[in-house]
Write a protein that binds this ligand. Structure first.
Ligand code: ES4
Ligand code: ZN
Length: 337
């Protein structure tokens, strides 16, 4: 359709993409073979084949049910070359979907806990970033996420390593984020690392209000001083909070297909897209873990269009907000507009 063509051509920025969540079942099985990683076939027949794994991905019941597969999946990633293949595959897909700028999450603790060096992960991701810029003109940033189900002391250690290597000051890593199981792991557990980042002038975001209630969003803002909110869909449950986020022009990174697949909402139509537009909330539309949730960024744009029938002007507002809310410099923003 004409609108599909328009959405494809619209210059897009992606701000909520876990690079480990772009690991396709095909690449997962290929790397398992190359790296001689035994997938847990006994006890869970989902790992018997690509198609049985795909089928299991269509039946997630919650964030934690998904995360179980997400952490097993990434166990096939061992070398810098593996991380480079993973990220380059994502950038290629993003480019085909009309993404011009991507700010991607990675989970160093999910790798260092398996004996993979932080430097191996970053070397592979950085190599893919350089190739994507050279091959597609696609610019990107890395956002280092802490796993909130692990002790805050381990987040501090991870932060210290990236800091010591100069990765925050030399631009290798653009900012920090917080992900994994939300409920029972509120943002204020990570006050120390967020305060250090703020003092050092490092960008900050956090997943909040995906499964967790509005208190998780409030604490992320009040205590962690985040500049952006990942998911944040539950902020509509608190009028004061909604107005505050709108007034401060904070970017909310919405992931429609993810929210449906993880049963945060029943349908895309249930998402507060209309409310966000009416309140002047600045938000972007993103794919989260595209290999697991059945769609990349353009599929998410199209799903929103099917449910909300937005006007061209509304889409231009969304696209402009996504550029404004990006963490690239002003000169790059101007080329994106
Ligand atoms: C995630 Cl959808 C989602 N939520 C929280 N943490 C995550 N890590 C990867 N995907
Ligand atoms: Zn996410």
């Amino acid at each position: 359709t004409a609108l599909h063509e328009f959405l494809h051509g619209l210059p897009k920025c992606e701000h909520h993409l876990h690079v480990e969540g772009s690991l396709s079942p095909a690449l997962l099985f290929q790397l398992a073979k190359t790296n001689k990683i035994t997938l847990p076939v006994s006890g869970d027949s989902s790992f018997a084949s690509i198609s049985s794994l795909q089928a299991r991905y269509e039946r997630f019941t919650s964030l934690d049910d998904f995360l179980h597969y997400y952490y097993i999946g990434m166990s096939v990633l061992l070398t810098a070359g593996d991380f480079e293949s993973l990220a380059y595959e994502y950038f290629s897909h993003a480019h085909r979907d009309g993404v011009h700028h991507a700010e991607i999450f990675f989970d160093p603790q999910a790798h260092t806990s398996r004996g993979i060096a932080y430097t191996t992960v970053v070397a592979g991701l950085s190599a893919a970033q350089r190739r994507a810029e050279a091959d597609f003109g696609l610019t990107s940033k890395l956002i280092l996420c802490f796993l909130r189900h692990l002790p805050a002391s381990e987040a501090n250690t991870t932060y210290a390593e990236a800091s010591r290597l100069g990765h925050f000051s030399d631009g290798t890593v653009a900012g920090i984020g917080l992900d994994s199981s939300e409920v029972d792991f509120p943002p204020e557990l990570f006050t120390e690392v967020y305060t250090s980042a703020k003092d050092a002038g490092i960008r900050r975001t956090a997943h909040a209000g995906e499964e967790g209630d509005t208190s998780y969003i409030e604490k992320a803002l009040d205590i962690c001083n985040v500049e952006r909110i990942d998911h944040g869909i539950r902020m509509v449950e608190d009028e004061t909070l909604l107005k505050r986020v709108a007034k401060n022009k904070m970017l909310v990174t919405v992931c429609p297909l993810s929210n449906v697949q993880l049963k945060c909402v029943t349908t895309v139509a249930e998402l507060p897209i209309r409310r966000f537009l009416d309140e002047g909330i600045r938000f972007s539309i993103n794919s989260d873990d595209p290999a697991y949730f059945g769609g990349y960024i353009l599929d998410n744009y199209c799903a929103v269009q099917e449910s909300f029938e937005l006007s061209v002007a509304e889409w231009k507002y969304i696209a402009a907000g996504a550029i404004e809310g990006s963490w690239c410099d002003q000169a790059r923003k101007e080329t994106l507009l």
